[in-house]
Design a protein around this ligand. Structure first.
Ligand SMILES: Cc1cc2nc3c(=O)[nH]c(=O)nc-3n(C[C@H](O)[C@H](O)[C@H](O)COP(=O)(O)O)c2cc1C
Length: 181
């Protein structure tokens, strides 16, 4: 489908991905080879719910929370340097630190929707000003100086990396260092 779209248009084509592929590590390079100019991680599906009192299915639009940035951020960190397509981040951008974190993971662009609906369009300036302040504090003059700084280094065995992170996280949790919300 992507190849047919690419053949039919002259504008760049970005593919907004679902987080629910059985193997993103397989799918992303396939889309890359098929000519995707960018991958957008991730689409966020509206999830209808069941109202047990009314015995009815109710459509729901829930704005995202900051925590939802973790999965796309991890995937961007894993894909950075492994595909040619640009990487666009979407989900859970609420504060300037969220923008910085996505850029550190290796995002080429960072997008936000829920935060603008929550705080109004002026929040875009809060994010940009905050990012500038953070960059000054960290001694960065340009975004390219830190983009992808915390990506999974090319050549790293992804599975081993995830396994090690899992083991360290579980060790910390066993020692009582887990987060609660
Ligand atoms: C009210 C609303 C409408 C949206 N409409 C679209 C849409 O038409 N196409 C699309 O790709 N994403 C749409 N999105 C998803 C957002 O672009 C974005 O990917 C998602 O909300 C995650 O980012 P966020 O955490 O900054 O909200 C919509 C989101 C909301 C909240």
């Amino acid at each position: 489908m992507l190849q047919r779209v690419k053949d039919a248009v002259t504008v760049p084509v970005a593919v907004k991905l679902s987080p629910f592929y059985s193997s993103l590590a397989e799918m992303a390079p396939l889309l890359d080879k098929a000519g995707a100019d960018a991958l957008v991680l991730f689409n966020r599906f509206l999830q209808p719910d069941i109202d047990a009192e009314e015995l009815a299915v109710v459509p729901r639009v829930t704005l995202s929370s900051q925590l939802e940035g973790r999965l796309p951020r991890m995937c961007i960190a894993l894909l950075r340097g492994r595909i040619r397509a640009a990487l666009a981040a979407t989900s859970g951008v609420e504060t300037p630190d969220d923008v910085a974190a996505y850029l550190l993971a290796g995002a080429d662009v960072v997008m936000t929707a829920s935060a603008l609906l929550r705080h109004g369009p002026g929040h875009a300036a809060v994010l940009l000003d905050g990012l500038n302040t953070w960059m000054r504090r960290k001694g960065f003059q340009t975004i390219d100086q830190f983009r992808g700084m915390l990506a999974v280094p090319a050549g790293t065995d992804g599975e081993a990396y995830e396994r090690t992170s899992y083991v360290s996280a579980m060790r910390a949790a066993n020692a009582g260092a887990y987060e609660t919300y």
